[in-house]
Design a protein around this ligand. Sequence first.
Ligand SMILES: CC(=O)N[C@H]1[C@@H](OP(=O)(O)OP(=O)(O)OC[C@H]2O[C@@H](n3ccc(=O)[nH]c3=O)[C@H](O)[C@@H]2O)O[C@H](CO)[C@@H](O)[C@@H]1O
Ligand SMILES: C=C(OP(=O)(O)O)C(=O)O
Length: 437
Amino acid sequence: MNQLRVHGGSPLSGEITVRGAKNFVSKAMVAALLGEEPSELRNVPDISDVNVVSGLLKLHGVIVERDVSGGVIRLDPRNVESAHKADIDTHAGSSRIPILLCGPLVHRLGEAFIPDLGGCRIGDRPIDYHLDILRQFGAKVDKLDTGILITAPRGLQGTKVELPYPSVGATEQLLLTAVRASGLTELRNAAIEPEITDLIAVLQRMGAIISVDTDRTIRVEGVDRLGGFTHTALPDRIEAASWASAALATRGDVYVRGARQADMMTFLNTFRKVGGAFDIDDGGIRFRHPGTDLNSIVLETDVHPGFMTDWQQPLVVALTQAAGLSIVHETVYENRFGFTDALVRMGATIQVYRECLGGLQCRFGQRNFFHSAVVSGPTPLRAADIEVPDLRGGFSHLIAALAAEGTSRVRGIGLINRGYENFSSKLEALGAKIETD
Ligand SMILES: CC(=O)N[C@H]1[C@@H](OP(=O)(O)OP(=O)(O)OC[C@H]2O[C@@H](n3ccc(=O)[nH]c3=O)[C@H](O)[C@@H]2O)O[C@H](CO)[C@@H](O)[C@@H]1O
Ligand SMILES: C=C(OP(=O)(O)O)C(=O)O
């Protein structure tokens, strides 16, 4: 199943459930590798990124048992072993998670071979911060033809690091390395996304000592040994916001069971400013089109607690249905508006700019990156043949196809399964008229 035919033009309506966050579950699975005892993770979604990490852990001798429908994964890392490089190579290009195996594998085995990374092509996505951090801990980094080899002839020692930008992955790299490095580690300008807070919770359950200050400083006291953990993953706030945007763009009404207000406050404020309605209860959040015109807005993506970049693409589809000019400044990735080409072909009026259209200081201004967009609406959308460019861009194209009159063909939908579990069943549950080709 790699192609969907979408007969659009009807509102999405009904209830779906979101489970654990893609951007946490994969990291918690890596954390399990640091322990000398088994771990159990609950609320695990059935997405392909989980399969990728399971495969990598199994190659390294971790016994992985999974109850897919129950969302439980058990990881037994007691007999960790080196994997064959050729086997690791088969995971090249599959996701960005392998880079986070560096610290845990060096602690457990003395070395780590990391294949070339994958992930969404929404910018250059360098790993310089990761490699600098590893070097500061005393690791030796050798770049090979098909990946990188990390060794630590004198072990890993605690260090002081200040990130040039609060990178999520680099913060996780530091945490997963520092918890078992000798001595103290301090990280300034750390990322503080809810998925990182949950990772810290997991590490604390395993025996780590980590404190987080209000000024983005994280301090870790290294320990000699970590045990296992039992933990329920926080819900996927990106998937929840994507369904919310789908409800808005299709004039629908969707109850997202599992969505949690605390992780989505910034999204909810924006959703309300656009004119979307929502009702929160203990089980989830109901997102509704108000039945009246939607409002245009000015929006800048940012690190937490700002408006998350992964929320941007789905919301832009809803903004094509808002009255007036919306301005969106993407400050996290330099190349995250490629998906708007297809929206324009479908009838949207979106112009992208190299300039920073916003007040935030951004790394991409005057550097030839089309990282700002002006969306003029409302414009009716019409069906088209579309190729999924990346995970969130792909889901956005699905939303556009659902909002458009006529039958669209969306190719390459396998990519969407990286972060949206059972999305075609969920679409059907919400009344979408779709067929797999
Ligand atoms: C699997 C996962 O959790 N992915 C998320 C994670 O990605 P990821 O951890 O890759 O994103 P980062 O926060 O690291 O990236 C933020 C910015 O820092 C830059 N950078 C990062 C590392 C580095 O070594 N050098 C460098 O320049 C990146 O190019 C980007 O411009 O956080 C992003 C920001 O919330 C989300 O969009 C992704 O969904
Ligand atoms: C950019 C994303 O993911 P990744 O970092 O896994 O490519 C995303 O989830 O939108």
